[in-house]
Write a protein that binds this ligand. Structure first.
Ligand code: ZN
Length: 151
């Protein structure tokens, strides 16, 4: 069994302390709010598109280290990618952190940078923290007016 402390690896601590792409942009095409009431995480994701490519993605967040680090890593990963690729990364990430079967080396390799976040699998509450930014970005891209909630 993994210790909770093992979850907070250096890369997660770094992204939490120095979040990338943080702050509200002057303009954006899409925006959505997410809320994880169980933990108290709140995140807003801003997206600007250029055709089918995510030209810019930024966020504001107040919450735990996992939610902030996940949002920061998400922005780094999807910026400059095609929308379909970004959605595929999210699907992959969500599948791995929510499934019961063991995670293999191939899964971790495919997830690349996100592999450090897969430790949340052992802590169901933290899965919501880690996936909240992704759900919120999806809602922004879908132009959903409703706040995303994990409950
Ligand atoms: Zn949280």
């Amino acid at each position: 069994m993994m210790d909770l402390r093992d979850l907070y690896q250096d890369v997660i601590i770094d992204h939490n302390k120095n979040p990338r792409n943080f702050g509200r942009p002057e303009t954006c095409d899409h925006e959505a709010n997410g809320n994880n009431p169980l933990c108290g995480d709140k995140v807003t994701v801003f997206v600007s598109m250029a055709g089918d490519v995510i030209e810019d993605v930024r966020f504001e967040a107040r919450g735990c280290a996992i939610s902030v680090a996940s949002a920061s890593m998400m922005t780094e990963l999807v910026k400059g990618r095609k929308l379909a690729d970004a959605r595929a990364i999210f699907k992959d990430f969500r599948d791995v952190v929510t499934r019961k079967e063991d995670v293999g080396a191939d899964d971790l390799e495919r997830l690349d940078k996100l592999a450090v976040l897969t430790g949340v699998r052992e802590f169901p509450m933290r899965v919501k923290c880690a996936t909240l930014p992704w759900h919120t970005m999806s809602a922004a891209l879908d132009d959903s007016e409703e706040e995303v909630t994990t409950e």
